[in-house]
Write a protein that binds this ligand. Sequence first.
Ligand code: ATP
Length: 298
Amino acid sequence: MSVTVRVPAKVNVQLGVGAARPDGFHPLATVFLAVSLFDEVTATPAAALTVTCEGPDADQVPLDRTNLAARAAEVLAARAGIEPAVHLHIAKNIPVAGGMAGGSADGAAALLACDTLWGLDTPRTELLDLCAELGSDVPFSLLGGAALGTGRGELLTPVDAGSFHWVFAVADGGLSTPAVFRAFDRLTAGTTVPEPQPSPELLAALASGDPDRLAPALSNGLQAASLSLRPALADTFAAGTGAGALAALVSGSGPTTAFLVRDEEGAAKVAAALEASGTCRTTRTASGPVPGATVLRG
Ligand code: ATP
C-alpha cells in the first residue's frame, strides 16, 4: 500500500520584507498564491527512511535526511512515537532553488502522505504547526489557495482570489534564499526599512480576478536583492514584457521570474518568446489559485 500526495508551487504576489530581527529572521507581509505546477510525493512502507527523486532537476535534490520530505517524516514519526519506516519518492516538477518553495512543498506533501499512510489522522491545526517547524513556507504548501502570511510567512490568513494565468521563466542554476536575504541586508544597510504591511490595493486586485488591476499591484521587496546577485534577470524581464506580459516579478527569492498574462493564449505567446530569447533555461505556464497538498491515491 502506498499514498501519493500532489502539492503545488507558490508565487508571492506581494513580498513585503522588514529589517532583520535580532534572531536574524526578517518580518514579512506576503501574499502567497498556489499555482498549478506540481510535485508528487509517494510514501510506501519500508524498512527504514529512504528518499528517491525523479525529474529534470532531480540531481540537485538531496536524498539524505536534509531533504525536507525526510525531515517531515521524522518530525511526524517522533510526534507519534513510531519509527519513520517509509520510502519517499518525489516526482519533481517544481524548479529547485527557484523561489517557488519546491522543498517546502515536498515537506508538506510528505507530512500529509505519511499521516495518511500511518493512519494517524493528525488534526489539521497540528499538521500546520509541524509544517511551521519545518520551514516558513511549508504551512502555505499544505493550505494552498491564496493567503496572507505574516511573522516569517508562517502565520496564514486565507484571502479571496480570482484565477490568474502565469508564465514562469526558470533560470539556469538556483539562488540560495539566505544569500538573497543577506543581499537585502547589504542593500538596505543605513536606511530605515518600514514594517512590512499587506497592500490593500493588491488584496482588492487579487479578489477582483482582473489581471489588468493585479499587474500594477504586484511587488517583491527581495527583487532588487535577487537582481543584484543575478543582473541578467533584467534581460528575462525585458523578453517577457516585450512579448506582452502585463507584469514581471521575481518569484520569491528568485531566480525564477513570474509573468502575469491575461489568458492561456497570452501565456503561450510569452512562453514562446522567452524560450526563443535565450534568457532563461525553460518556461512553465500555470494558473492559480489551486488547492494545497492533496491526497491523490491512498
Ligand atoms: P523558497 O521559495 O521556499 O525560498 P526555493 O524554491 O528557493 O525555496 P527549494 O527548491 O526549496 O528552494 O530548494 C532550496 C534548497 O533546499 C535546495 O538547494 C536543496 O539543497 C534543499 N532541499 C531540501 N529538500 C528539498 C526538496 N525536497 N526539494 C528540493 N530541494 C530541497
